[in-house]
Ligand binder design. Structure first.
Ligand SMILES: Cc1ncc(COP(=O)(O)O)c(C=O)c1O
Length: 389
């Protein structure tokens, strides 16, 4: 039975931090890795040529294991999801009359770039809204995404779960439909990978993008991205020297080859070797693999199951299974969101309030007392009997 890891973090004892979908707290070991990295950077003579490559390669290996990618060289180091998605969009062909399928209200890093791409190409941006509210919403929404994909679809770009309320998307079925029509299938997995099992070889996306500072439990301003063979001959956003064949030979850099290194290495950001963030990212990925992503998901499910049922009622038997690490619900008419937020703050309950919706995102450092603190505020506001998902 998975257990809480609260003691491995430095969260204040009176905080009920249920907001990993906003930003992970750093565990003590990730923090220690960062501190050691800063001390190391104070004496740069100790930083060797091979260190420019070995840290990134270690990240590739660990991230590949996390998502079950067969080849670590298909993993690039990126500074943000928007960067990774921009590199993907740049290398995704799109013509006048084609369309790009995205999901309603998905995270802006995965919207702006497709809007621009469609405008430039004269293509249609198809935004798939949930056709219904309430318990059947996930089923209907997934079906609507499948229906929106047709022979003119150039790309389908979406999340694994919806970032605002955790609606699960049946990415295997959607990927298969995209493949059928020859469209690229691009996943922003920032709100999923690290918190729930994900098998790249089953889903077979063409690219998968992940910022580190949420469920990968890493620092801000770094992330990892998988690029499939569709992107093998692409043009990266930056023309880095480290992305070139022979870059390990510093003495010969002045005459460096134009040739890119294989797989996804051309898509690494400039200064990917970041000597502070990479060691922290490695530690974060190692701890996730040790904890076990399936244990994290099972633990979160155990914590939230009852509350989700209390709020949303019985799950739709035809719909995809809800996830345990991220759920959202609307504040009912008659409850003032600002008042609710003030009450949550007063009790040190940290969740995201977005407009009239609340997003709850627990992790392995939470325990039953955190959920109880949230439940108490919702009950005080008269929300437990009446809120609709
Ligand atoms: C689904 C999703 N993708 C990406 C991000 C972060 O994007 P970026 O790394 O471009 O800031 C977030 C942040 O909330 C998110 O929820």
């Amino acid at each position: 039975m998975p257990r809480t890891r609260k003691d491995e973090f430095s969260l204040p004892a009176d905080h009920h931090y249920l907001n990993c979908a906003y930003m992970t707290p750093l565990s003590r070991r990730v923090q220690a890795a960062g501190e050691a990295a800063i001390r190391r950077a104070a004496v740069p003579a100790d930083i060797q040529t091979e260190d420019f490559f070995s840290g990134c390669d270690h990240v590739r290996e660990l991230f590949a294991r996390l998502i079950n990618a067969p080849d670590p060289q298909r993993i690039a180091i990126i500074p943000s999801a928007s960067y990774g998605l921009s590199a993907v969009a740049r290398n995704t062909p799109m013509e006048r009359g084609q369309n790009a399928v995205i999901v309603h209200h998905q995270f802006p890093s995965n919207v702006h770039i497709w809007r621009r791409k469609c405008e430039t190409a004269g293509a249609e941006l198809r935004v798939v809204r949930p056709p219904t509210d309430g318990p059947g919403c996930a089923r209907a929404w997934n079906d609507a995404i499948l229906e929106a994909i047709d022979g003119d679809t150039a790309v389908v770009a979406q999340g694994v779960v919806h970032w605002t309320d955790g609606t699960p998307f049946e990415v295997e079925a959607i990927a298969s439909r995209a493949r059928e029509v020859g469209a690229a299938f691009i996943l922003d997995a920032t709100q999923a990978v690290g918190a729930m099992p994900f098998d790249l070889q089953r889903v077979q996306p063409d690219a998968l993008i992940c910022a580190a500072y949420k469920w990968l439990t890493g620092p801000y301003s770094i992330g990892a991205a998988y690029f499939g063979s569709r992107y093998d001959d692409g043009t990266p956003l930056e023309e880095t020297w480290m992305g070139r064949v022979g870059s390990e030979d510093f003495a010969a850099l002045v005459e460096q080859s134009e040739l890119y290194r294989p797989g996804a290495l051309r898509y690494d950001m400039g200064e990917a070797a970041n000597f502070i963030l990479i060691p922290m990212f490695i530690e974060a990925l190692e701890q996730l693999l040790e904890w076990g992503v399936e244990n994290i998901q099972a633990y979160c499910r155990g914590l939230t199951r009852e509350l989700i049922e209390e709020i949303a009622g019985e799950r739709d038997p035809d719909g995809p299974e809800p996830v345990g690490h991220l759920f959202g619900f609307h504040v009912p008419a008659g409850v003032d969101p600002a008042e609710l937020q003030a009450r949550l703050c007063a009790r040190q309950v940290f969740v995201s309030v977005r407009g009239d919706a609340i997003r709850v995102a627990p992790h392995i450092y939470n325990d039953a007392a955190d959920i109880e603190a949230l439940r108490a505020v919702l009950a005080e506001c008269g929300m437990l009997a009446s809120v609709a998902r």
